[in-house]
Design a protein around this ligand. Sequence first.
Ligand SMILES: NC(=O)c1ccc[n+]([C@@H]2O[C@H](COP(=O)([O-])OP(=O)(O)OC[C@H]3O[C@@H](n4cnc5c(N)ncnc54)[C@H](OP(=O)(O)O)[C@@H]3O)[C@@H](O)[C@H]2O)c1
Length: 237
Amino acid sequence: MKDQNIVVIGGTSGIGLALCRMLTESGARVFVGSRTAMEAEKLPGAEYFPWDAGQGDMPLDTLPETVQGLVYCPGTIRLRPISRLTDNDFLEDFNINVMGAVRAVRSLLTRMKKSSSGGSVVLFSTVAVQTGMPFHASVASAKGAIEGLTRALSAELAPRIRVNAIAPSLTDTPLAAQLLSSEDKRKAAEERHPMKQVGSAEQMAHTAAYLLDERSGWITGQILHVDGGMSAVRTFR
Ligand SMILES: NC(=O)c1ccc[n+]([C@@H]2O[C@H](COP(=O)([O-])OP(=O)(O)OC[C@H]3O[C@@H](n4cnc5c(N)ncnc54)[C@H](OP(=O)(O)O)[C@@H]3O)[C@@H](O)[C@H]2O)c1
């Protein structure tokens, strides 16, 4: 990844932060956008720019003219029965998860097309698209749209730009803190997974780093299920 210009939206927390640390260590130039300003000590070597992906296009003035990679991390976990989900809840989840990603891709498209080595876009879905789970109606609808967006854009932007998504199961980040807030909750979550663990930000970040790298150059239009076996495996005998 040396000398590649990579834009990570949501690189100040959780999976995005773990990814940015890996990328700066590997010599990439990393540009981090989010709503809350980031102290330079948190991520030495990265450049920060403020952007609320929930509204308006990405400000480009501090970004390089050529961009090789874009990772869009913002997401939501609003788990409620359908009777307690309002129209506005669905629209807000769609706006952050999907429209923010659309705005990010649209804003950087010209700069990604300029890259002589091609470009890679990485988006985030969830295990709850592949596997139905109670109380996930809003987030699963939005992330289902991300999976459609991934396939549509990968067709539209081939062969210059690859587009893939990662569909994690429960991962230990600030976003999931409520779901892992006690030893009992954590144990129950681990038990639900065939691999008897919840995911780590680093495991997701490694997958994203691989999808950015040219070693994954023949992979596009894919949804990678990094979920401890949750979507594919039953361990009962
Ligand atoms: N953690 C899980 O269990 C899990 C499971 C399935 C899928 N995922 C997906 O994985 C992705 C990463 O999740 P995570 O757990 O790493 O989340 P996280 O720890 O909450 O980090 C989210 C990042 O996105 C930024 N962000 C949020 N809203 C934004 C906005 N409107 N504009 C710009 N930046 C925004 C946040 O910074 P600011 O708040 O400062 O803007 C932060 O840097 C998400 O798409 C999530 O849906 C996570």
